[in-house]
Write a protein that binds this ligand. Structure first.
Ligand SMILES: [Fe+2]
Ligand SMILES: [Fe+2]
Length: 274
């Protein structure tokens, strides 16, 4: 069982520009599912900038292989942000105002940047675990994206595939940053940072989704019940990733203990379809 990236893994930025044209409720005309994906997309530009800066800080200390992976990580995340900025603008064109969400994210990431460097890389590794398990679910279960317009489905598959490809970079950089700590202290740090990151992620998702519901004028208990059903029952994305999420807390966890390379290939197959 691997405790490092597979030998020969190449983190290869795929420089693709997507021409997404999105109607307001682009995910199957469903405001609930659309709000969920829109909230994530709204967060990516600022989140990925934070991830890049957290990883880049340690680049010069990394060995040759990890340095190469960090370069691939930075290139991939930069392109993800570029494409999600475009996608988010399409959302604005369809009538959404993202300024409140942007301000909330800015406050959160300004605060996160005030933490110690080791906490910044630990929270990056923790949030990258989330992007990985959600990416695996998005690609592994075609049901999630099947009602998205083809170009938007390609965008999310492209992003998800690259998230899987670079899934261990922030984790390995954290391990480098924490190498002077004892194994127990390192485990405690990454578990406590994951618990806090989980709270902040869910808090953001709640507020982000609420903002889309508010702008759609559908904020009501019934809408939230539908959101609960969407996230926990059908398709139940949060319920479905819960087991993978918990693997983080195991001593000895490493992202590549589970080999997901078949899902990268599946994402590439989707990208080749045009
Ligand atoms: Fe990304
Ligand atoms: Fe990532």
């Amino acid at each position: 069982m691997a405790a490092s990236a597979p030998a020969g893994l190449v983190i290869r930025p795929r420089d693709i520009k997507f021409a997404c044209e999105s109607g307001r409720w682009w995910m199957g005309n469903d405001p609930i599912a659309t709000a969920y994906y829109n909230a994530f997309s709204a967060s990516f530009p600022q989140a990925e900038r934070y991830f890049i800066d957290a990883v880049r800080y340690y680049r010069d200390r990394a060995d040759g292989e990890l340095q190469k992976q960090i370069a691939g990580f930075i290139a991939q995340e930069s392109m993800h942000s570029r494409e999600h900025v475009t996608f988010n603008r399409a959302g604005i064109c369809s009538g959404y105002d993202l300024s409140r969400i942007d301000a909330l994210l800015k406050a959160r990431f300004d605060w996160a940047r005030s933490l110690s460097r080791i906490r910044q890389i630990a929270s990056t590794a923790a949030l990258e675990h989330f992007t990985t398990i959600l990416a695996c679910e998005a690609i592994g279960n075609p049901r999630h994206l099947e009602t998205a317009p083809p170009e938007i489905r390609r965008l999310w598959c492209w992003h998800a595939g690259e998230e899987i490809e670079h899934k261990s970079v922030a984790f390995d950089t954290f391990m480098l940053a924490a190498q002077s700590l004892s194994p127990v202290a390192r485990w405690r740090l990454r578990c406590s940072v994951m618990a806090a990151s989980t709270w902040y992620l869910f808090d953001f998702m709640f507020r982000g989704v609420a903002e889309f519901f508010r702008q759609d004028q559908i904020a009501s208990p019934l809408t939230w019940l539908r959101f609960l059903k969407f996230s926990m029952i059908t398709p139940g994305v949060i319920r479905r990733v819960l087991g993978e999420y918990l693997r983080w807390y195991a001593p000895g966890f490493h992202p590549w203990r589970k080999d997901d390379r078949a899902l990268i290939a599946a994402a590439e197959k989707e990208l080749a379809r045009s």
